[in-house]
Ligand binder design. Structure first.
Ligand code: AMP
Ligand code: MG
Length: 476
């Protein structure tokens, strides 16, 4: 039977995905998540006409001709009151960010002026409107800033703070389970008892990769190649959005994953692709849960994750453009292979030099050689039917990172003083703070909150929250 091409497999994967429901989080908890709502400006930005420079607010009209001399009326600083009016022949000292006083239409930078007693001399002509940031020139009130599905980086955190977005809707994190199988695999730290045993890397690599793309991940450990153990763990598969197994999907007698998928009521969507490595990869579905049976070879496992699972995890978090992009670069070394039947994805590195992208590949091309990832940042794509690639030739590659971020799912503790929190959330009685912090009702209590009890018996001074909301456990 002809093997299924990669594109078709990816299409099947993505067709089987609906974005997860959303949940509300506080701004500080939103790092590395994906927006499930639109963010609009709460006001015109800037909110008022203000100075872009330290200098003098003047009337452009007064700057005509030689030897311009203006009488200084006073000053206005950032955050200060205006109360002054620039009349003909006068100026007001102004600082960056300060509101433009009435009557003024231009700011002369300090370095273009000289002060003489209560007068300033302007030494350079300026256009009307120079050095003034106009109200609404960046954003109008209600203007769309961030679309649904936008990954939230530090930049977006700043942008949302600037429009007073205290809490927001993000897509729930996909719940991912990782299970490794194999009689020979021993976990990190376990004793190797027989020379035929090997160290398990797949479960840890997948756990970390899933975290890197914004998921909540559960280690289910390692089970031997025995159907009872695998079956026991697969029974709970519907507790997760995505269930990842490694090993046991080839055609060996001890490859039970495929058999169990058939026996346990999964819908098998594909098994075996025309790709190298990771040919035996399997994709199945039970209810809402997607199961990826990834091959045991460490490179196959990670490559199948990057090219099939990662797009799925992004799509679940509302990302529209979640298919791997293709970059073009110039290969710097010949590549050849004997068998050109499958599309091969070779660990490689690309870089920019003199306005061009170049690509070199790891000499460790085989699927058990995990260290082929050292220094790699892309997969060199060797298409079906191609046996040789020549140095100097243009090649295609898929970068490891293609979303604006691979959100790094670190716990992101935030520290906020109580008065600030109250001001943000508009609550007065201090007793309500705990309620406010556990903002979304579905969430279990926060992991840790510390309170400083000071004056008057019960005055919470600061609240430290380790921002991590585990998803609500589904009933077994
Ligand atoms: P399998 O897919 O079970 O046929 O395994 C293919 C190869 O991957 C074998 O050489 C296994 O020893 C190896 N392998 C299986 N599981 C793991 C694992 N968790 N970590 C590292 N290598 C593994
Ligand atoms: Mg095996």
């Amino acid at each position: 039977m002809a093997l299924m091409p990669y594109e078709e497999a990816l299409k099947i994967v993505l067709e089987n995905i609906n974005p997860l429901p959303s949940e509300r989080v506080l701004l500080w908890q939103a790092l590395g998540r994906f927006l499930a709502e639109e963010v609009r400006s709460d006001a015109d930005k800037p909110p008022f006409d203000n100075s872009a420079m330290d200098g003098y607010a003047v009337r452009a009209e007064d700057l005509q001709g030689e030897g311009v001399k203006l009488r200084l009326l006073g000053e206005v600083s950032a955050g200060g009151e205006v109360g002054l009016r620039v009349e003909r022949g006068t100026a007001v000292r102004i600082f960056t960010g300060a509101p433009i006083p009435e009557g003024a239409d231009t700011v002369v930078p300090l370095e273009f002026t000289r002060q003489e007693g209560e007068y300033i001399l302007v030494e350079k002509p300026l256009k009307k409107g120079a050095n003034i940031r106009l109200r609404g020139e960046e954003l109008k009130e209600g203007e769309l800033i961030l679309k649904r599905g936008t990954p939230i980086r530090g930049y977006e955190i700043g942008i949302m703070a600037s429009v007073n977005k205290v809490s927001l809707s993000v897509y729930q994190k996909p719940r991912v389970a990782v299970l490794s199988t194999g009689d020979e695999v021993k976990d990190v730290g376990e004793n190797i008892e027989k020379p035929s045993q090997i160290r398990s890397s797949n479960n840890h690599a997948l756990y970390a990769r899933a975290l890197e793309v914004g998921c909540e991940v559960v280690h289910l450990g390692i089970v031997g190649d025995n159907p009872e153990d695998i079956q026991r763990l697969l029974k709970d598969v519907e507790r997760y959005d995505v269930f990842l197994t490694t090993g046991g999907v080839s055609v060996g007698e001890k490859d039970y994953v495929q058999r169990l998928v058939g026996e346990m009521g999964f819908e098998l969507l594909f098994h075996k692709l025309r790709i190298k490595p990771a040919k035996p990869v399997l994709f199945a579905r039970k209810g809402k849960t997607l199961l990826f049976g990834l091959p045991g070879n460490p490179v196959s496992c990670l490559m199948a994750f990057d090219l099939l699972v990662k797009p799925a995890l992004f799509r679940m978090q509302g990302v529209e453009e979640c298919e791997p992009p293709v970059y073009r670069a110039q290969l710097v070394r010949d590549f050849s292979r004997r068998d050109a039947e499958r599309r091969e994805f070779v660990r490689a590195k690309f870089w920019e030099e003199g306005g061009r992208l170049y690509c070199d590949y790891s000499p460790k091309t085989q699927s058990h050689m995990l260290t082929s990832y050292v220094g790699a940042n892309c997969y060199l794509v060797v298409y079906e039917g191609i046996k040789e690639l020549k140095a100097g030739q243009e090649v295609e590659l898929i970068p490891f990172q293609w979303q604006a971020l691979e959100p790094y799912n670190c716990p992101f503790p935030f520290h906020v003083t109580l008065p600030k929190l109250i001001a943000f959330l508009g609550v007065k009685p201090i007793e309500k703070v705990l309620h406010v912090i556990t903002l979304h009702k579905k969430a279990p209590p926060l992991k840790k909150a510390t309170y400083n009890k000071t004056c008057k018996g019960y005055c919470v001074k600061s609240v430290v929250v380790f921002a991590r909301y585990p998803r609500v456990e589904q009933k077994k």
